[in-house]
Design a binder for this molecule. Structure first.
Ligand SMILES: Cc1cc2nc3c(=O)[nH]c(=O)nc-3n(C[C@H](O)[C@H](O)[C@H](O)COP(=O)(O)OP(=O)(O)OC[C@H]3O[C@@H](n4cnc5c(N)ncnc54)[C@H](O)[C@@H]3O)c2cc1C
Length: 352
């Protein structure tokens, strides 16, 4: 019996993959409804299709272009060769859970994992037998805490409002120099998710972005949460306990998107339990590490640096790379971008 704690995208996808291989799988989710409450913008690259078909039950919108603004108001327009998707996170998480159930995984909702020993987990005060325990229980993973897998993790805050405002339906906006960055992701022509990621004072940064972009926007809802910063020294496994997804800090530090790398790590874990940490090192961590280095450099940027960055990125060769390469896998384009625009090298000195 494999017990997965957490029915987010990572836990559900893992449950599906393991159940498909005929393992006996049970998933424990503390909430009564899968996917709720939402703490996500739901923008995801075309790489999603490498894991699951993009089903119309959860697809809300497609994004073909990005406009990236620097603090002085300049911008570049990037036309994606392959569209990004905007998804409904509740329906996406539920879609994955249904896939898992259809292959025999058993779900227990309203079931909060409390602790474990070697062969038992304690859920809602009840002891349940298990062979393996997998923590897909998000950034504050209790499984990680209880099993010496917490390591030295740090967080940033993602703070977002869904608002009524005019926007271009296929255009995502990124705003540099507001918090770590800000975004506006359209749901349709009149509704958008506007947010920031910040080390501190997320409310101040979000207010600044709203007053700049859409001061009269009507707020419909708020989605806020802490996001783990990838820890290259994260331990992923101890005996029969593993962690995956946000629980294992498998999040890109450039955009703080965690869905794709969570799914990828889940796939590796389902393929080879014992070699999972080693496989992650080779196939997940490199991109996450390059993202972390980029983030460390960006964290030292002044407004002028962002202004210069946008000018340098308007070089047609750089733009072409941004348009064709997936931002999920920076190892595939970081070197090419430097070759295309060697003046970007000056930003590498920020790492020293
Ligand atoms: C504001 C914001 C915007 C974001 N936007 C994006 C985006 O656009 N694209 C993107 O890729 N990523 C985005 N992210 C990050 C993304 O939401 C996460 O990376 C993703 O949800 C991680 O999935 P997961 O399954 O690993 O963890 P989670 O989605 O956190 O799922 C963990 C599950 O475990 C359950 N759980 C926790 N503890 C227990 C327990 N003790 N017992 C039982 N169940 C438990 C939780 O209820 C939850 O259902 C955003 C994050 C924030 C905060």
């Amino acid at each position: 019996m494999i017990s997965i704690i957490g029915a987010g995208p990572t836990g559900n996808y893992l449950a599906y993959l393991l159940a498909k291989k005929n393992y006996e799988v049970q998933v424990f989710e503390e909430h009564k409804e899968i996917g709720s409450p939402v703490q996500c913008t739901g923008i995801i690259t075309h790489e999603l299709q490498d894991f699951v078909p993009v089903d119309k039950s959860f697809l809300i919108n497609k994004i073909n272009r990005a406009k990236i603004y620097s603090p002085n108001g300049n911008s570049i327009l990037v036309k994606f060769k392959k569209s990004d998707f905007v998804i409904d996170r509740i329906k996406f998480d539920q879609y994955l859970a249904e896939l898992a159930k259809s292959h025999g995984a058993k779900y227990h909702l309203g079931s909060k994992y409390e602790s474990n020993d070697d062969k038992q987990i304690i859920v809602n005060g009840v002891r349940i037998k298990t062979d393996k325990i997998i923590g897909a229980d998000g950034p504050f993973s209790k499984v990680a805490k209880n099993n010496g897998l917490w390591c030295d993790r740090k967080f940033v805050t993602g703070h977002q409002f869904t608002v009524k405002t005019k926007c271009e339906k296929d255009l995502v906006e990124f705003w540099l120099g507001i918090g770590m960055f800000g975004w506006l992701v359209p749901v349709d022509e009149n509704t958008a998710r506007i947010g920031v990621v910040a080390h501190k004072n997320p409310t101040t940064h979000l207010n600044k972005l709203i007053s700049k972009r859409c001061p009269n926007a009507k707020i419909i809802s708020q989605e806020t949460g802490l996001i783990p910063i990838f820890n290259p020294k994260q331990i992923l496994q101890r005996g029969n306990v593993s962690i995956v997804g946000d629980a294992a800090t498998q999040v890109k530090a450039t955009s703080f998107g965690g869905i794709i790398h969570g799914l990828k790590a889940a796939k590796l874990l389902s393929e080879n339990y014992t070699k999972y940490p080693e496989l992650c090192k080779k196939q997940v961590n490199r991109d996450l590490y390059v993202s972390l280095l980029i983030r460390r450099a960006l964290d030292k940027f002044s407004a002028k640096d962002y202004n210069d960055l946008i000018v340098l990125c308007s070089n047609p060769k750089v733009k072409k790379i941004l348009e064709t390469k997936s931002r999920d896998y920076p190892t595939k384009f970081a070197f090419g971008i430097i070759l295309a625009q060697p003046r970007l090298l000056k930003f590498l000195f920020k790492l020293i």
